[in-house]
Write a protein that binds this ligand. Structure first.
Ligand SMILES: C[S@@+](CC[C@H](N)C(=O)[O-])C[C@H]1O[C@@H](n2cnc3c(N)ncnc32)[C@H](O)[C@@H]1O
Length: 250
C-alpha cells in the first residue's frame, strides 16, 4: 500500500478532486437512509468524500491511520470529529452508529483485514444500521465498457490475483456477521477513461499484476491494445460500484 502520509499533499488533485468525491458521495447517499444521525467514514483520508456526506442533524466522524490525511480532513469535518484509528479497531462503542462507510479501502488491504474491518463495522452499528462500501474497485478501473475494457477483462482474469473487495466475497463476509445486502449504486470516474495507447504503456510499465507476468504474454496484450483503432482516443470512463449492507435485527 502507498504511504498515505506522503500522498496527503497531492491526494485530492490526483484522485479526481471534488468531482470524484461528489459522485462517490452521491452514490453513498443513494443507499443511506435520510434519517442517519451518526455516520463513521472509515479510511476517510483527506475527508473530501466525508464532508459531502454531512447533512443537517447528522454527525460524520472520520477515522484514518494517516496523520497527514487526517490533518486535511479536520477542517472539513470539524474538531473532535476526526480520529486517528484503524478499521479493525474503531474507537467507538458497540451499537453506537447508524452507518459505516468504507470508500476506496477494501481493495487496498488483504482479505484478513477486509474480514476484520467488516466484523468491526457490524460491532459498532446499531441494529438496522448500514455498512456502505466500494466494491470491485480495480475491476471497474480496468474493465470499462469499451474495446480496451474487453482486452483488459480477459487479461486480469488470467493474471491478476483475486480482488480483496470482490463484491461476492464482501457479501459472504458481511453475511457471516449479520449484514444483509441492501442495495447497489454506481458512480462514474469522470475523466478516467484512457486511450488504447495509454493502456498499452501502463500494461508495459505500471501495473502490479503485469509486473511479474510472462513478458511474452504482456507483449501480446500490448499488441492487442495497439491494434485497436483510434489509438489516442480515450475510451469510456470507469463506473465504480458501491454496495450497501444492513445489520439484521431492526
Ligand atoms: C485511497 S484512500 C481513500 C480515502 C477516502 N476514503 C477517499 O475516498 O478519498 C485510502 C485511505 O485508507 C487509509 N487506510 C489504510 N489502511 C487503513 C486501515 N487499516 N484502517 C483504516 N484506514 C486505512 C489510508 O490512510 C488512506 O487515507
Amino acid at each position: 500500500m502507498l504511504d498515505y502520509d506522503l500522498e496527503a499533499a497531492h491526494y485530492d488533485q490526483t484522485r479526481g478532486g471534488v468531482a470524484r468525491a461528489r459522485a462517490a458521495a452521491d452514490a453513498v447517499l443513494e443507499l443511506l437512509p435520510a434519517d442517519c444521525a451518526v455516520l463513521v467514514d472509515v479510511a476517510c483520508g483527506t475527508g473530501i468524500v466525508s464532508e459531502l456526506l454531512t447533512a443537517p442533524g447528522r454527525t460524520v466522524i472520520g477515522v484514518d491511520p494517516a496523520a497527514a490525511m487526517l490533518a486535511l480532513a479536520q477542517p472539513r469535518l470539524g474538531g473532535g470529529r476526526v480520529v486517528r484509528g484503524d478499521a479493525t479497531r474503531l474507537p467507538l462503542a458497540t451499537g453506537s452508529v447508524d452507518a459505516v462507510t468504507f470508500m476506496w479501502l477494501l481493495h487496498l488491504v488483504d482479505e484478513a483485514l477486509v474480514a476484520s474491518a467488516i466484523a468491526e463495522a457490524a460491532r459498532v452499528l446499531r441494529p438496522g444500521g448500514m455498512m456502505i462500501t466500494t466494491v470491485d474497485k480495480n475491476a471497474a478501473q480496468y474493465e470499462t465498457d469499451s474495446d480496451v475494457g474487453e482486452i483488459l477483462r480477459l487479461a486480469r482474469r488470467e493474471l491478476a490475483p483475486p480482488a480483496s473487495d470482490d463484491v461476492e466475497r464482501v457479501g459472504e463476509l458481511a453475511a457471516a456477521v449479520g449484514l444483509q445486502p441492501a442495495g447497489l449504486a454506481g458512480y462514474v470516474g469522470h475523466g478516467q477513461g484512457r486511450s488504447p495507447r495509454e493502456w498499452a504503456r501502463r500494461v508495459r510499465e505500471d501495473i502490479a499484476w503485469t509486473r511479474g507476468a510472462d513478458p511474452a504474454r504482456v507483449a501480446e496484450i500490448c499488441r492487442a491494445l495497439e491494434a485497436l483503432p483510434e489509438q489516442e482516443v480515450r475510451r469510456a470512463d470507469p463506473v465504480y460500484k458501491v454496495a450497501g449492507f444492513r445489520l439484521g435485527g431492526d
